[in-house]
Design a protein around this ligand. Structure first.
Ligand SMILES: C[S@@+](CC[C@H](N)C(=O)[O-])C[C@H]1O[C@@H](n2cnc3c(N)ncnc32)[C@H](O)[C@@H]1O
Length: 249
């Protein structure tokens, strides 16, 4: 548990968020830290993250998640719906929930992770505007077609796969925002082909450096402009095993 150093960590989170233009309140910083504390504690018995220290967690989980807000400040005031695909311990879904007014739905295909995630949401009192669902993206998209203004994902799959996963969930003009480390030329080219097939347009690509040289990030934002040329979602696993950029090139 965090005690003496709480104050120091609050200020650290607030100052680091501010570096990216995200102003957060004391109570938001407290909730972000409380979530991280719960994740580090739960991680002792269930494998959720390779990060075990609060210091690393602030940079690599909290600040990294807040980059999604930095990339699209509109979500701070939006009361729309946001879907976080493959959320794991709730990154970036929970920090976005804490620091914005969007209604966040978090999904993961692993039931054990979703049960722990639900306990974090309950403990943090986020339950009135958060939802945790155990599902693969491809399955939930059939039930929640065209239902979200925003889709996010971090560390889940290649960009082309993420674009295919996100597309059916988005309303027209809805945005998919993905964070990536360094990408290969192939990953970018495959994403461009997939986006075209899915009716998605890359509208912004911003570069960020995480604090204390913790990493390089690119935040890519796609808008759902047109109907997809293929019926989405496709069957489970096809986005990876038979990528659209190969089939429909
Ligand atoms: C490396 S973890 C990242 C977790 C979290 N987003 C983060 O950045 O800390 C990837 C997660 O995506 C989930 N996942 C992978 N493919 C998925 C799919 N098709 N639908 C839903 N969840 C998926 C996995 O179960 C796993 O928890």
């Amino acid at each position: 548990m965090i005690h003496d150093s709480e104050e120091k960590y609050f200020n650290d989170i607030k100052q680091k968020a501010q570096l990216y233009g995200v102003t957060i309140s004391d109570s938001e910083a407290r909730d972000l830290l409380r979530h991280l504390d719960l994740v580090i504690e739960a991680n002792k018995s269930v494998n959720l993250t390779r990060i075990t220290s609060v210091r690393d967690g602030i940079n690599l989980h909290i600040v990294d998640s807040l980059l999604y807000i930095a990339a699209d400040l509109s979500m701070r005031e939006s009361h729309g719906r946001l879907l976080d695909i493959g959320t794991g311990a709730g990154y970036p879904g929970i920090p976005i929930d804490i620091c914005s007014s969007v209604n966040v739905t978090m999904i993961d295909s692993v039931g054990k992770k979703v049960r722990i995630l639900q306990s974090f949401v309950d403990e943090l009192g986020l339950d009135s505007k958060s939802e945790c669902i155990k599902s693969r993206a491809e399955e939930l998209a059939l039930k929640q077609f065209s239902s979200f203004e925003y889709v996010t994902a971090r560390a889940v799959a290649q960009l082309s796969t993420l674009i295919e996963y996100a597309t059916p969930f988005l309303v027209k003009n809805g945005k998919a925002i993905f964070s990536k480390g360094r990408m290969s030329d192939d990953e970018i080219e495959h994403a461009q082909i997939t986006a075209k097939i899915c009716g998605m347009k890359l509208v912004s690509r911003e570069t960020f450096e995480l604090p204390e040289e913790s990493g390089h990030r690119e935040l890519l934002t796609y808008v759902r402009e047109r109907d997809s040329k293929v019926n989405l979602p496709r069957r489970n696993g096809l986005a990876k095993s038979e990528p659209l950029y190969l089939k429909h090139h």
